[in-house]
Design a protein around this ligand. Sequence first.
Ligand code: MSP
Length: 654
Amino acid sequence: MEKEKFYITTPIYYPSDKLHIGHSYCTVATDTMARYKRLRGYDVMFLTGSDEHGQKIERIAKAQNTTPKAYTDKVVATFKDLWGKLDISYDKFIRTTDDYHVKAVQKIFKKLYDQGDIYKSEYEGLYCTPCETFFTEHQLVDGKCPDCGREVEKVKEESYFFKLSKYQDRIIKHMEENPEWLEPSTRQKEMINNFLKPGLEDLAVSRTSFTWGIPVEFDPGHIVYVWIDALSNYITALGYGSEDDSLFKKFWPADVHVVGKEIVRFHSIIWPAMLMALDLPLPKKIFGHGWLVINGNKMSKSVGNVVDPFVLVNKYGLDAIRYFLLREIAFGQDGNFSNEALIQRINSDLANDLGNLVSRTAGMIEKYFGGKLPSQQKETEFDADLIRVAKETANNVEEKMEKMLFSDALEEIWTLIRRTNKYIDETQPWILIKDEDKKDVLANALYNVAESIRIVSIMIQPFMPKTPALIWEQIGIKEGEITKWDSIKEWGLLGREVAVSKGEAIFPRIDMKKELAELEEAMKVAQAQAVANQPKKEEKEEEAVEEITIDDFLKVQLKVGEVISSEKVKKSKKLLRNVVKIGDEERVIFSGISEHYSPEEMVGKRVIVVTNLKPRKMMGEYSYGMILAGEDSDGNLSLATVDKADFESGSEVG
Ligand code: MSP
């Protein structure tokens, strides 16, 4: 019989010098679903990739004195390293710079143009470069980008337009008729009320002011708008628009596009409209997950709150990190990351509940039976309830997984783990061993525990790629029929004569206090390395010189920054910890100005910042730049600012 198909995708990632644990979250979740479906016998296609075009990349590459392609080549290699580290089992990695993709996007554009869905006109609008998105005046929030809060630029140029408005009613109808198409359901309401009902405007889908993109084949001065380019990846990766579209025929429509909440709009409005125009079926589901935040803020490398996935995996192991991400955060909602919460979960759920169950069981079989259970076994009054919970758990886990409720599925699995630990307390093997006549009861009790561990080990497979094999080794399970997914529904498949080889603890307990200090240090080092990503020059003690050349002066990069928050640093008389917005980015900068300015006075000030100063560690945290101030003969400080109070932050000073 032919296997059922399952096509799942992550967003394709923007090249970024630093992928943080927030980026990993989406991919780990998608990977978990792909693994689950494979275990359930599906023919799975799991797609991920990189979204490499656009003005932002062109600018970064220029700033780094390199070409956009050389820059993205370098960054994409680091993506692949990270996905390898996280054991992401993708079947295909698409790069939007891949030749087949470029050609297929050109074909799509041409087809839409030929049939009248794309037309040429002139665009005047407000553009957010980091988000690669145009906005109308009324969509802005406080005059800034509604998605990321950054400044937008006025852009006027000749442009091709896609008739998005034409598809508005069909999209609304589709959403209303398929309430589970876009999940969680709150996102569907948001799209209908905030975007669709107020009315869609046609979308500018080409740009002429920069060149790093896919040229419109029949009008090469224009390049294709990056979202049209990027969204098409879901079909071009399968060969749509190429000579061999067999994968497309096999896998389209996608079963689910997993995307972060800020890009739901593109996936649930622009993408369906494009597909409707191409006369293709819509994806079966779009799942908009929440963000991993730190104290309510999205991770950002210059705010100093990024969490480095490499550091975490090296320290605690892949499975612990994957478990934490999927357990701690309800899929669909935002979730907070903290080192304490991570260690707490590792200690309580992994070391205590699961790890201890396995080592306790192997230890008792070793101690009481020399490592192998006798086949003669006798039931206990506690068996029935354990078996009932195991069967219920199997059903509940499947139900939650089908809905991509990962945290709930893990909670179900842990219900069985805790029930099994309770069963050990109920049957009290350490008492049974004292009575020679109860050896068969003892053997049965330990068998049941091992059988329950077998079922648990199968169910955790989608979440934890490494742990199941470690458990099997200890409980003497050979991979085969009794490790297949469907075997979780049957009790008693494990041979009665369980033979153990007790190994090391699968999740050692962590000393919270010691680790927290070490972990924070490791994170800061990783972060400082990321920020100071320019080749470092050797530090020299500056000698006092009377004159410098203009070239010397130009080495110092000065920019206008806006202080967006400021606080006193505990245990320091002088220091304020400021977050300064410099154009697109936000940085933490300490300044020794607390005796002259209160935090409230600092906020809103447009200050002059030295932006290319090597990050310096102050009071245990790095400072990324210097705020300039004058000092009079009495030691009073006065901030250097720009004369016009609303002068654009990010502007060069010189
Ligand atoms: N290139 C676009 C997607 C195009 S898809 C046709 C993009 N790229 S991204 O690199 O900015 O984001 C990729 C994914 O990472 C998004 O789904 C985004 O929501 C997710 N995350 C980035 N930071 C995140 C957190 N802090 N937490 C959870 N997910 C986050 O958007």
